[in-house]
Design a binder for this molecule. Sequence first.
Ligand SMILES: *[C@@H]1O[C@H](CO)[C@@H](O)[C@H](O)[C@H]1NC(C)=O
Ligand SMILES: *[C@@H]1O[C@H](CO)[C@@H](O)[C@H](O)[C@H]1NC(C)=O
Ligand SMILES: *[C@@H]1O[C@H](CO)[C@@H](O)[C@H](O)[C@H]1NC(C)=O
Ligand SMILES: *[C@@H]1O[C@H](CO)[C@@H](O)[C@H](O)[C@H]1NC(C)=O
Ligand SMILES: *[C@@H]1O[C@H](CO)[C@@H](O)[C@H](O)[C@H]1NC(C)=O
Length: 455
Amino acid sequence: MIILSAALALSALILPTLAATSWIVPGAVWLDTSGNKIDAHGGMIIKPGSVWYWIGYSVNDGITPVIYSSEDLLNWDNRGIANSIKQMWRPKLIIAGGRFNIFGQVNRLTQGMTATAITGPYTLYGSGMSIPPDALTYSDCGPFVDTDGQIYWITSADHNTLSINHVTNTSNPTLSTRVASLALGAFEGPALFKVGSIYFLIVSSKTGWRPNPDKVFWATSLAGPWSGGTDVAPEGNNTYNSQSTYVAPVIGSSQTTYIFMGDAWDSTGSAASNYMWAPLSVSTSAHTATIQYFPFWKVNPTTGVVTTSSTGKRYEAEDAEMAGRAGKSNLSLGIVTDCSSCVSKRAVHRVDDGSTVTFAGVEGLGNGERQWVALHYTVNNATGGDAYVYVNDEKMNVRDLNVRAGLHHVVPISVVLQKSNNITFAVHTSDPHFEAHLDGIEVLDGTEEEIEVKL
Ligand SMILES: *[C@@H]1O[C@H](CO)[C@@H](O)[C@H](O)[C@H]1NC(C)=O
Ligand SMILES: *[C@@H]1O[C@H](CO)[C@@H](O)[C@H](O)[C@H]1NC(C)=O
Ligand SMILES: *[C@@H]1O[C@H](CO)[C@@H](O)[C@H](O)[C@H]1NC(C)=O
Ligand SMILES: *[C@@H]1O[C@H](CO)[C@@H](O)[C@H](O)[C@H]1NC(C)=O
Ligand SMILES: *[C@@H]1O[C@H](CO)[C@@H](O)[C@H](O)[C@H]1NC(C)=O
C-alpha cells in the first residue's frame, strides 16, 4: 500500500490518495459529529476496547464531566455528561475494581464516581478525598497506569508539590500510599507516561489561563529521583499556546505514538477554548519528549503511524488584488517583498488597518461541506490587532488565531466555500505599528495525500 515518492524527503512516504475528510488541526475549532464545538477541557483519551473515549469537562454544562467517543480520533460523537455534578475540574477515567471510574477535582479534593458502562451513568461515592498520608489538598490531577497494571493518581498537591499516589484496584477506588512527593517546582497540568523503562512527566508552570513553556522530567522509577526539566517545545512558542492535560499512547501495529494533549485556553478558560494535540518525539536515551507541530496531522489508530497533509491548492499573496496601504504601494516600497521562508519566496508585508488582499476566483467544493483554508501569515504583535477573512463578503474573525500566526505561520480555518469564491484578508487595529505579513492561502479539498512523518 505504501509507495515511495522520490519527490519527498527520505523520511517521508506518500500513501495513495484517500478521502482525507478530516485532520487534527491544533488550536482550531474542533466540531463534533453533530456540528457542535467539542466542549471537553482538561481531559484525556482512552481506548478500553475498540473505541476511543474522550473524557473532559464541559464548560457549557458548568464544569461537568462529559464523554465523547470516536473510532478514528478525528470524528467525535458527544455521548453526554457522566453525572450532573458541577465544578469538577480535569476529570479523568480510571479503570479499577472491574468498573469505570471518573476522578476529578472538586473543592480541592478528589471526587470519585463509578459506572459499569464507560458512558455511564456514573454514581458519586464518598466525600472528596484528600491526599494520603498528610491530607493535602490539591489542584490539577491526572492518572497513570503502569505496565504492571498498578494505577496511580498524580496531583499538584498544596499547589507546590507534585504527589504520586496509588489508587486501589477496588470498587469505589480510593487514593492510597504516596509513591513520590516531587518538589520540582510549582507545577500543574501533570501528564505522566512511560516509554520503555523511562517514566516521563510533563508539567506546566502556574500562569493561570496564559500558556507557558511546559517542561518534561524523567525517572527510571516513579519514586524518583526525577531529573530534567527540559522544554517540550521551543520556549517562545509557549507549548504552541497550550497547557498540558494528558499524554495518550496510541499503541499501533507499526508503532506507538504518544499524543500530547494540551488545552489552548482563551483568556478566561471559556468554552471558546480549543485543543492543541500534537505527536511527541520521545528519546529514551536523551530523556526528552518534544512536540512535533503540524498544522494538519492524524494518527492511524490501527498502525499508530502519523501522517500530515500534502499541500493544498495555493494562491500567492503577491498575485492577489491589494488595496489600502498594500495597494497604494509598490515594489519600490517593498510591500511585495522577498521572503526566504515563504513558499513562492515572495509575500505581501505591512498589511495594516484598511489594507486588503483579495484572492479572486478561489476554487471550492461548492457542496455545502466545510473545508480547510490555511492562511499563511504572521503578525508582528499577537495582541496588537485582529486579522479578518471575508469569504464572499461574509466576515470571519481570526483574532484568536493571531497568536498562532505569531508562532508558526500557518493558521487553518474551516469554511464552507462555493465553486468560485473571493477571499479577502484584512486586519483591524488601532495600533499604528500592528501589521500582518501574508505569504498566501492554501485550500484543501479532501484529495490531499497523506505524507507519513517519522517522529
Ligand atoms: C484489578 O482488578 C480486576 C478485577 O476487579 C482484575 O481483573 C485485575 O487483574 C486487577 N488488576 C491488577 C493489576 O491487579
Ligand atoms: C516556534 O517553533 C518553531 C518550530 O515549530 C520555530 O521555528 C520558531 O522559532 C519558534 N518560535 C519561537 C518564538 O520560539
Ligand atoms: C511606487 O513608489 C514610488 C516611491 O514612492 C513612487 O515614486 C512611484 O510612483 C510608485 N509607483 C506606482 C506605480 O505607484
Ligand atoms: C502589542 O499590542 C499591545 C496591544 O495593543 C500593546 O499593549 C503592546 O505594547 C504591543 N507590543 C509591542 C511590542 O508593540
Ligand atoms: C468575486 O468578485 C468578482 C469581481 O468583483 C465578482 O464579479 C464575483 O461575483 C465575486 N464572486 C463572489 C462569489 O462573490
